[in-house]
Write a protein that binds this ligand. Sequence first.
Ligand SMILES: Cc1cc2nc3c(=O)[nH]c(=O)nc-3n(C[C@H](O)[C@H](O)[C@H](O)COP(=O)(O)OP(=O)(O)OC[C@H]3O[C@@H](n4cnc5c(N)ncnc54)[C@H](O)[C@@H]3O)c2cc1C
Length: 204
Amino acid sequence: MPNVFELELRRPPDLYLQAGHAIRLTHQAYQRYYSPISAPDDGRLRLCIRIINPQGLASYLSTAEIGSSIGICGPFGYFNFSPSSRSPVFIATDTGVAPFVSMVRSGVAGFTMLQGARSEKELFYRDLFESHARKYVPCICDTPNDDIEQCDRYHRKLVDTLKEHIEPGQYDFYLCGWQKMIKSVTNIVDTLYPHSHVYTEVFY
Ligand SMILES: Cc1cc2nc3c(=O)[nH]c(=O)nc-3n(C[C@H](O)[C@H](O)[C@H](O)COP(=O)(O)OP(=O)(O)OC[C@H]3O[C@@H](n4cnc5c(N)ncnc54)[C@H](O)[C@@H]3O)c2cc1C
């Protein structure tokens, strides 16, 4: 059964990060990317990690002894917040909330947040988002696998939730998490919110 945990790492002194950047962790033959949930000026790097593969790096990290060493490098990516005249809309699935947590902890507020999760208890950091968002919208639906029916159901639910809560206009959409969600939402944005800007970060 997959589970989720937070990991705290000592931050390498020469690692410069902006909220939304990813880092790469390496251990033996493994390497995986993670987006810190900590503010960029936090002395510690904090991560929110879902274990998918029992033999994977996430699984090792969940059981590593305090004081263990791990390779850290970065920053990677361009998923950083750029203020503009358009209203920001954040859409995340599962641990895809991570870069948004860092953005909020670095002072970003007044956004609309649509958070996709498998259950109420997996709405990670909901309190943080609710207290900083202009509008917070949870969207509970099993994260689908490759089953076409499940994908369609998820797609429809996201479309309905977007239509219901985000009125026509131009926005800056920030999408993070499941690549199929990102594709579906990008298509919806093109149709329903033309001339909006879309920023994406694919986790899985
Ligand atoms: C830029 C970037 C940032 C990332 N940031 C995070 C983060 O902050 N937190 C985090 O938990 N993961 C993050 N990931 C995913 C992470 O790198 C690992 O894939 C994840 O931790 C699973 O690791 P694993 O070793 O257990 O399994 P892996 O062997 O890496 O993954 C097994 C399979 O599960 C899929 N998968 C990975 N994550 C999920 C998920 N959440 N739900 C469903 N399927 C998934 C993978 O695509 C792969 O097919 C990020 C990935 C990228 C590219």
